[in-house]
Every structure is written in structure tokens, then in C-alpha cells.
Design a protein around this ligand. Structure first.
Ligand code: PLP
Length: 283
């Protein structure tokens, strides 16, 4: 079965799937997207992803290319036709194809592209292994709450991390506080055992995994705070971890080469990995 991509109304072999050179997503990053995790053939928290997509579209004033229900149907069809059980589906909506001009095009039809990607099923042992992250200035625009395809600062920071032998970079704002990772949300556990992650305002993307972990924290009666935390606070934290649809929950054991806590995945992060896998893993 060839891998298919959905492009503007057609299911095409992935290697032939292409958009026009004047698609505004390609020319201007004038597009938004979602990445929905797939676990055991099920989408992980699709409603939250579609709600966030709706918000991104509204804020940048791009119309839904079809009804939300129809889009969900196309996504499900692509997942089924590609036979993907674990991995993710990528959904991108651009303002459409039009002669290059900054002004919104009149009458352009929003472009819709979807691809799927297979990944190994969620594995608590792998997820529970700790990773190192570096710190680097957050060079992004001021509407990071919108999931737009303009990811150049994220890409540069991620590569900087990889070049340094780290897993990811945590981005630092002008006040010395950590905003988030290049494609994940950042968390610490203070020495008083309080879970801290930045509040969801325009400074960060409100991760669907982040919301899921907050649900788990509430369910377990854990103390948590949604507020900015500084680099110093993170370096002195008992534990740290990151969350995203493609990485679930990953303990962070080193920050800029300095070990966090005892340099091993902490008990709270491991507990959250296990609980997250119970709730959202393959059943
Ligand atoms: N922050 C940024 C900048 C991201 O790009 C992502 C995901 O790609 C996240 C956070 C995590 O969001 P989610 O948990 O919805 O995948």
C-alpha cells in the first residue's frame, strides 16, 4: 500500500504530493497547522487539537477549508488508508494560492494538506529516559500561542541543541524566564514539590499534551502553578521535563550541561509518564 498524502481534495502518493509555488504557506508562512498524535490507531485528544486549529485560523483570519466535521473525516480516511496505528497526522491550512502580494488575496481558496507519519508505539521505558536541553534566546514573534508554520527560530534553536549534543533547546525570554522548548512545553518540579509550567498566554503554545498533564495533575491532587520560571529556578529544580504530542512526557536531566536534581529522571516525571501512558497509550 503506497503512503498517501491529502492535497487539496486528492489522496496522492506521498512522493508526488506537492503544492503550487505560489501557495502562501510556501511563500510567506501564511499558514497554520496541527500535529495530532496517534496511539494504537486512535487520535490523542483530537477535540483539543481541532479547537486549537479553530483558534489559530480565526486569529490569522483564514477560513476553514471545509467543515470541521469533514476535515475530521478526511483525517480519519488518510490515517486508515495509510494504515497508521502509532505516529501522528500533520494538518496544514494555508491562505491559498495567489499572485505574490502581502495583502490578503481576494477569492483565494484555503489550501489543505495532510500527511501521516509512523512512529514506534509509545514505550514507557524510552519515554522515561532523560534528555539534556540547552538554553538559547527566544527569537520568535509575539504570538506564539498561534500554531503557524513560521518556525525558523525554532529550527535554528533545535539545530543548535543537536549540534551541542542535546535533545532540545529551551527558549529564554528577555526577562531570563524560560518560555518553552522548540516544539514542546517546559516544566519543572520545585524543591517544594510544586509542578510549574508557564501560563498559557501569547508567549507560548498551549500544548495539548500540556493540558493533558494538567488534567492528570488535578486528578492526582498534585500542587501545580502556571507561571513563568527563570533559568536559575530551573537549574535549581528537583526535576524537569518537556511535553509534546510527538514526545509525550520526557524527563529533562541536564540544562546547559548542568545536571538537574540527581541527574536522573525524577519520580514525579516518571509517575506522569506512566499515568499518561495508561490514559492515552495503546489499549
Ligand atoms: N510548543 C511548541 C512551540 C510546539 O511547537 C509544540 C508542538 O509542536 C508544543 C509546545 C507542544 O504542543 P502539543 O502538546 O500540542 O504537541
Amino acid at each position: 500500500m503506497p503512503r498517501l498524502a491529502y492535497v487539496n481534495g486528492r489522496y496522492l502518493p506521498h512522493r508526488m504530493a506537492a503544492v503550487h509555488v505560489e501557495d502562501r504557506g510556501y511563500q510567506f508562512s501564511d499558514a497554520v497547522y496541527e500535529v495530532i498524535g496517534l496511539s494504537g490507531g486512535r487520535k490523542v485528544e483530537p477535540l483539543r487539537h481541532y479547537d486549537r486549529l479553530d483558534r489559530s485560523l480565526r486569529e490569522v483570519r483564514i477560513a476553514w477549508p471545509m467543515s470541521r466535521r469533514a476535515l475530521g473525516f478526511v483525517a480519519d480516511t488518510l490515517i486508515r488508508r495509510n494504515g497508521v496505528r502509532d505516529g501522528y497526522i500533520y494538518i496544514q491550512i494555508s491562505r491559498g494560492v495567489a499572485p505574490r502580494d502581502h495583502a490578503f488575496p481576494v477569492g483565494a481558496v484555503p489550501g489543505l494538506v495532510m500527511t501521516t507519519c509512523r512512529k514506534p508505539p509509545f514505550n514507557g521505558d524510552v519515554a522515561g529516559r532523560g534528555v539534556g536541553v540547552i538554553l538559547t534566546p527566544d527569537l520568535r514573534w509575539k504570538r506564539r500561542d498561534l500554531k503557524t508554520v513560521g518556525l525558523l527560530p525554532n529550527i535554528l534553536a533545535k539545530q543548535e541543541a543537536l549540534d551541542a549534543g542535546a535533545f532540545d533547546a529551551w527558549l529564554v525570554d528577555d526577562a531570563g524566564a524560560i518560555t518553552e522548548g522548540t516544539a514542546s512545553n517546559a516544566w519543572i518540579v520545585t524543591t517544594a514539590d510544586v509542578l510549574v509550567t508557564r501560563r498559557a498566554d501569547a508567549d507560548i503554545l498551549n500544548g495539548v499534551t500540556r493540558l493533558g498533564v494538567l488534567d492528570l495533575a488535578r486528578e492526582a491532587g498534585l500542587a501545580f502553578e502556571e507561571r513563568p520560571f527563570t533559568v536559575d529556578e530551573a537549574k535549581g529544580a528537583r526535576e524537569a521535563f518537556l511535553t509534546s504530542s510527538t514526545n509525550w512526557i520526557r524527563p529533562v536531566i541536564a540544562l546547559d550541561g548542568a545536571q538537574i536534581g540527581d541527574g536522573r529522571p525524577g519520580p514525579l516525571a516518571r509517575r506522569l509518564v506512566a499515568r499518561y501512558a495508561e490514559v492515552f497509550g495503546d489499549r
